[in-house]
Design a binder for this molecule. Structure first.
Ligand code: C2E
Ligand code: CA
Ligand code: CA
Ligand code: CA
Length: 277
């Protein structure tokens, strides 16, 4: 028993060391990643449910680490947020997404919005509005083709957030609340924020057909959004049944593996090319 205990202890500490050293590795790597061109952006279509056309794409960051391989944003984004590196990384994604969307438009693909995830820390940096306007100006993308996906955590500093959001709206951008319903915040911000749409979190979409409570929540979010004059998009749509349900409930848009996984930019042009042909 004693020996087993000892082994367990050793196993535990070596695990801990591994976690700590991976973290340190990633943190050092993140700093170099931008300069060394290790980041890429994949894109996932957002589909208008009634017409079946692609009306937007979400930009999702990918990091190819030289030793550790492909690392999920679920792992490195929180680290980038803690270290503040999200500010240069986020600016890079924003510029890259705008550049890519302009390139698609110049190649005569049907015009669509590009949605970029914005961390609250990035949104709250001084000069964020200028970062956005510079990205648009330098790439030549019209503001109406840029959507920013914000999360409910911006509510923490809502007076500042509202002022920034108004400036972005005046510029002509499209603003949405990502992961709606998971942020533990009160709903009162919905009447204060100048937003255009809500994204229903995939945790509600996932069991839509099995769980009557998820069904009720999704239905309620759609109605509430519409009553507030907002569009609503469901993420994590994987099956035709889920899509059918969303159609019946007048959800505006859907995004998920049912249509496509996030893919490299060339695949998007093929996808849209075939839609428009
Ligand atoms: P998110 O913004 O909620 O993005 C949706 C995530 O769900 C993506 O994971 C996407 O690949 C995945 N997904 C899409 N459709 C389906 C589906 O049908 N089923 C399932 N199971 N999953 C689906 P990904 O790309 O790993 O990104 C994870 C998170 O990392 C994102 O969640 C977002 O919070 C963050 N992230 C990604 N790129 C960026 C970025 O450029 N900036 C910031 N600040 N955060 C980012
Ligand atoms: Ca998102
Ligand atoms: Ca989301
Ligand atoms: Ca999420």
């Amino acid at each position: 028993v004693k020996e087993q205990g000892k082994n367990n202890y050793q196993f535990y500490t070596s695990d801990m060391n591994e976690v700590v050293s991976r973290r340190m590795n990633l943190e050092i790597g993140l700093r170099k990643g931008i300069i060394k061109n290790e980041f890429t952006v994949h894109y996932q279509p957002q589909v208008d449910i009634l017409s079946g056309t692609v009306v937007g794409v979400e930009a999702l960051l990918r990091w190819q680490h030289p030793q550790l391989g492909l690392i999920s944003p679920a792992e490195f984004i929180p680290l980038a947020e803690e270290t503040g590196l999200i500010i240069p990384i986020g600016e890079w994604v924003l510029r890259e997404a705008c550049r890519q969307n302009k390139e698609w438009q110049d190649a005569n693909l049907p015009p669509m919005r590009i949605a970029v995830n914005i961390s609250t820390r990035q949104f709250q940096q001084s000069g964020f509005v200028e970062v956005v306007s510079r990205a648009l100006k330098d790439t030549g993308l019209e503001p109406k083709y840029l959507e920013l996906e914000l999360t409910e955590s911006i509510v923490q500093n809502s007076v500042h957030a509202i002022a920034i959001m108004h400036k972005l709206k005046e510029m002509g951008l499209f603003l949405s609340i990502d992961d709606f319903g998971t942020g533990y915040s009160s709903l009162s911000y919905l009447k204060l924020f100048p937003i255009d749409s809500l994204k229903i979190d995939q945790s509600f979409t996932r069991n839509l057909m099995e769980d009557a409570k998820d069904e009720a929540l999704v239905h309620t979010i759609i109605n509430m959004a519409h009553n507030l004059g907002l569009k609503v998009i469901a993420e994590g749509v994987e099956t035709g049944e889920q899509l059918q349900y969303l159609l019946q409930r007048h959800c505006n848009e859907a995004q998920g593996y049912y249509f496509s996984k996030p893919v490299p930019p060339d695949n998007i042009s093929n996808l849209l090319g075939s839609v428009s042909a």
